[in-house]
Design a protein around this ligand. Structure first.
Ligand SMILES: Cc1cc2nc3c(=O)[nH]c(=O)nc-3n(C[C@H](O)[C@H](O)[C@H](O)COP(=O)(O)OP(=O)(O)OC[C@H]3O[C@@H](n4cnc5c(N)ncnc54)[C@H](O)[C@@H]3O)c2cc1C
Length: 386
C-alpha cells in the first residue's frame, strides 16, 4: 500500500470519525453518512481485488487501514471491513459468474455483503445450525432464524450458512440477495459496544434463489477458511482502540499535575505507558504476521491452488484474535483507571473504548473457542510434530 493511501485513510478518520463518539455510540442508522463519505472518497471496500475494479489492498495492508478506522470508531471500522469475509468466500468459492457483479458493485456502489452463520443455539458450534435449504426444481429454498448478523440491513447480498433438509451432513453457503421475498430483519441488537455497526436478528422464510447460488464446497469449510481474514481484522481493531487509549492517556497526563510535576514525568505512569506501547507493537506484529500468511494463501488460491480450502483455520490468525483480545483488554483496563474519576464518567471516551474493546474477544469465536481450536489443531505430542 502506498503511504499516500494510508494517509488518506488517516485523514478520513481524523475528519469524519474523530470527535463523534456520541454519534457512533448512539446506534446510528445504517449505512451511516460516514460510510457514504468513505465510498465517495474511493476508499470503501478497499480490499476488493483490482480485477473487479477495486484498490486491491492485501489483508496485511488492511491491518493498518482498520487500525486507523478503529482509532476513529471501532464500530465503524467493524462494519466497514466485515464485507471482506463475504468477499473472500465469493471470490474463492463462488465462481466468477456469481462473484464478479457483486464485487464490482461493492466498488461502484460502496455496498456491503453480510454473512449469516450464527444461530441462537449454534454460534461457535455451527455444526448445530438448524437453518435448512431444500432443492425445488432449479431453485433452493432457505428457511431459518439467524441470531447475529452484521451489516444485513444495508447489504445487497447475504451469504447464508445452511444445512440440507435431506442430508443433515451437507452444509452449504448460499448467496441470497437482500431483497429476496422472505428475508426479514427481526430486530437490531442494542449492542454494548461497536454500536457504530448494525447487527441484527434475521428470519428467512422459504427464500428462493437459483441453485447456482450455492458456493462450491462444504459450507463449514468455506466459512472456516474465510474467517481468517475477518478474525485478523477484528484483532486489528484492538490495535486502533489501544492506540487511541495511549494517546488519550498522554494528553491527559500532560495536563495533570501530581506531587508538583506533570503526570508524564511520574515513573508509575511511564511504566504503564511503556507496557501499553509494547503490547500495541506485539498486537500489530501478530496481526501483520497472520495477515501475511493468509495473503500468501489467497495468492495461491487465486492462481488456482487449493491451499486456502485445505488450510482451514490458521494458528497465526487464532493467535492474533486471542492475543489482541487479551492485550487490548489489559490496555483499556489500565486506561479506565488512568483518567481517575473522570474515566468513570460518560464525559470521557474511555468507557466507550472499554465496551468497544470487549467485542474483540467475543465476536467470531470467544477466547475459549480460540484456545480450543489452537489445542485441537496445533498442540500435538512431540513425536507427531513436524
Ligand atoms: C456485535 C456482534 C456481531 C456479530 N456479527 C455476526 C455476523 O455478522 N455473522 C454471524 O454469523 N455471527 C455474528 N455474531 C455472532 C458471534 O460470532 C458469536 O456470538 C460468537 O462467535 C460467540 O458464539 P455464541 O454467541 O454462540 O457463544 P458461545 O461461543 O457458544 O459461548 C457461550 C459460552 O460457551 C463457552 N464456550 C464456547 N466454546 C467453548 C469451548 N470450546 N470450550 C469451553 N467453553 C466454550 C464460552 O466461553 C461461553 O461461556 C456477532 C456477534 C456480535 C456480538
Amino acid at each position: 500500500m502506498t503511504a499516500e493511501l494510508l494517509a488518506r485513510v488517516k485523514d478520513f478518520a481524523a475528519t469524519e470519525l474523530a470527535g463523534k463518539d456520541g454519534h457512533f455510540d448512539g446506534l446510528p442508522e445504517q449505512p451511516t453518512v460516514e460510510a457514504a463519505r468513505l465510498h465517495d472518497l474511493g476508499l470503501a471496500n478497499w480490499w476488493v481485488p483490482r480485477q473487479y475494479g477495486g484498490l486491491g489492498l492485501s489483508v496485511t495492508d488492511s491491518v493498518d487501514v482498520v487500525s486507523e478506522l478503529a482509532y476513529g470508531d471501532a464500530g465503524f471500522a467493524f462494519g466497514s471491513f466485515l464485507p471482506v469475509l463475504g468477499g473472500v468466500m465469493l471470490q474463492h468459492f463462488g465462481g466468477e459468474e456469481l462473484a464478479r457483479p457483486v464485487l464490482r458493485s461493492l466498488v461502484t456502489e460502496g455496498g456491503r455483503i453480510a454473512v449469516l452463520g450464527s444461530e441462537e443455539e449454534a454460534g461457535s458450534e455451527l455444526v448445530r445450525i438448524t437453518t435448512t435449504f431444500r432443492a425445488e426444481g432449479d431453485r433452493l429454498l432457505l428457511s431459518g432464524d439467524k441470531y447475529f448478523s452484521t451489516n444485513t440491513d444495508a447489504a445487497g447480498l447475504l451469504l447464508v450458512l445452511a444445512r440440507s433438509a435431506e442430508d443433515a451432513a451437507d452444509f452449504a453457503v448460499i448467496a441470497v440477495p437482500r431483497d429476496t421475498p422472505g428475508v426479514e430483519i427481526v430486530e437490531r441488537w442494542d449492542l454494548l459496544g461497536v454500536r457504530g455497526a448494525g447487527t441484527y436478528r434475521v428470519r428467512l422464510a422459504d427464500c428462493a434463489v437459483p441453485a447456482t447460488h450455492r458456493l462450491q464446497g462444504s459450507g463449514l469449510r468455506i466459512l472456516e477458511a474465510s474467517l481468517n481474514a475477518s478474525r485478523i481484522l477484528i484483532a486489528a481493531c484492538a490495535v486502533g482502540i489501544a492506540r487511541r487509549v495511549r494517546d488519550l492517556a498522554m494528553d491527559y497526563a500532560a495536563g495533570k499535575r501530581l506531587r508538583g510535576a506533570p503526570l508524564t514525568e511520574n515513573a508509575v505512569f511511564a511504566a504503564k505507558l511503556g507496557q501499553m506501547e509494547t503490547l500495541i507493537d506485539v498486537m500489530r506484529n501478530q496481526c501483520r504476521a497472520a495477515a501475511a500468511e493468509f495473503d500468501a494463501l489467497l495468492d495461491t488460491a487465486a492462481a488456482g491452488g487449493t491451499g486456502l480450502h485445505r488450510a482451514g483455520t490458521l494458528r497465526s490468525a487464532l493467535a492474533a484474535k486471542l492475543f489482541c483480545g487479551q492485550a487490548g483488554w489489559e490496555v483499556v483496563s489500565t486506561g479506565s483507571e488512568l483518567f481517575g474519576g473522570l474515566g468513570y464518567t460518560q464525559d470521557h471516551p474511555i468507557g466507550k473504548l472499554v465496551r468497544d474493546m470487549r467485542y474483540v474477544a467475543i465476536v467470531e469465536g470467544g477466547e475459549d473457542i480460540m484456545r480450543d481450536l489452537v489445542y485441537a489443531r496445533y498442540v500435538v505430542p512431540a513425536r507427531k510434530r513436524r
